[in-house]
Unconditional design. Structure first.
Length: 393
């Protein structure tokens, strides 16, 4: 088998507040055929392969896997739509409806589905490119997107200069480079508009925000603004959240879920993993609706501060490093995952092992000092309560 992955440096961060969700809608329509391949999926299927894609805030990724003797078909397909996609109105009509339905399923009909809408606006304000989720602010934006919007998006962001191609599997490097030159070499280059992402001002003290929805239990989220990918703070914050909530040896599991007072049904910590300023989030779901949500917020923060105060033991530091090393190894065991990881590393201008090496190089003091600085800043606090609680109040 051979896997081909092409990563474009564009995502929801390149949209405007007036037309969000366009990057994701474009991804759907990019499978709608091109100048020489009117039916993309038909050719993939006939080659015995499969394909898919995903859109994020910072990147959009496309990939295919097929038997090695059909590897050239993958290069042909991806190069043709990079050269001249069609975006037929019939496909746009269908995919517009598909994405709108996806918005409704993910954000309106799923518990806590619109949490990202509320939290991002609290952290980033109303106009920053990270202030809306990838799916968009409102499905009306998707409904009014037209073919010219897709064409403009293509011209601005889908240049060869804005993409990384990675190939893995049963193919030699010589053949892969030769096929890349054959199929992608003739595609004319286009300049990519300069992207200017404004820095987010430190959060000022703000009152907790409470929203109500069709959710089974109250959820609380404490979000701190943090540095983006590639910085020292990024890796240290990532490791800190692993210490808090990764596995049954983590602080939150031992102290809040097992050794706590039955307040939490779930407790977690994570980072958003953004290229620019992201979020470190402490989250919990209450087991008892009689609990004051702000008490739960304080417990999440206090337990995080306890880890900082007590310091990170050699055992816990080695534990999270061992787990990260094993996750990285397992994440590179199949062709497709390896191709995606190679493409992302190249996009970042680093070697595939650099991110793991920086994580493994962290000291206990690196983690606690970074966490202390982050938790000393003002957070955004979001409380998501069931509608029945609102009615009772």
């Amino acid at each position: 088998m051979v896997a081909l992955n092409i990563l474009y440096e564009t995502g929801a961060r390149d949209e405007t507040p007036a037309l969000t969700g366009l990057a994701h809608l474009f991804e759907h329509n990019f499978f709608g055929g091109s100048q020489n391949v009117p039916d993309f999926d038909k050719v993939i299927t006939e080659a015995g392969g499969e394909d898919n894609a995903w859109t994020g805030n910072d990147f959009t990724n496309y990939y295919e896997v097929a038997p090695a003797h059909n590897a050239e078909t993958l290069f042909y397909l991806e190069s043709d739509r990079m050269l001249a996609p069609l975006f037929p109105e019939s496909v746009l009509d269908v995919q517009r409806s598909v994405v709108v339905e996806e918005f409704k399923q993910q954000c309106l009909n799923r518990p806590y589905g619109d949490m990202g809408h509320h939290l991002r606006r609290m952290v980033y304000g109303g106009s920053h490119p990270y202030s809306w989720p990838v799916i968009g602010l409102d499905f009306s934006h998707i409904e009014r997107a037209v073919r010219s919007d897709l064409m403009q998006w293509f011209r601005e962001h889908y240049s060869p200069a804005n993409a990384v191609l990675a190939v893995t599997g049963n193919i030699t490097a010589e053949k892969a480079f030769a096929l890349a030159q054959k199929w992608f070499g003739p595609i004319p280059g286009r300049p990519v508009p300069q992207r200017i992402i404004p820095d987010v001002a430190p959060l000022t003290p703000m009152a907790p925000k409470t929203v109500y929805g069709r959710v089974p239990a109250t959820s609380v989220t404490v979000a701190y603004l943090m540095d983006g990918y590639g910085t020292g703070q990024y890796y240290a914050a990532d490791a800190f959240t692993d210490l808090l909530s990764d596995g049954k040896a983590s602080a939150y599991y031992r102290r809040l879920l097992v050794g706590g007072d039955g307040i939490f049904a779930e407790a977690d910590a994570s980072i958003s993993g953004s290229e620019h300023q992201g979020m470190l989030m402490l989250t919990g779901r209450l087991a008892d609706e009689g609990t004051d949500p702000m008490h739960a917020v304080r417990l999440l923060v206090e337990q995080a501060q306890t880890v900082i105060k007590e310091g990170v033991s050699d055992h816990d530091l080695q534990r999270i490093k061992n787990k990260r090393r094993s996750m990285t190894i397992l994440g590179n065991m199949n062709y497709l995952s390896r191709a995606q990881n190679i493409a992302m590393s190249e996009m970042h201008g680093e070697n595939p092992t650099d991110a793991l090496d920086r994580y493994l190089a962290l000291s206990a003091d690196d983690i606690t000092s970074t966490a202390r600085k982050l938790l000393d800043t003002n957070p955004a606090v979001l409380i998501y309560r069931p509608e029945k609680v609102s009615a009772e109040q």
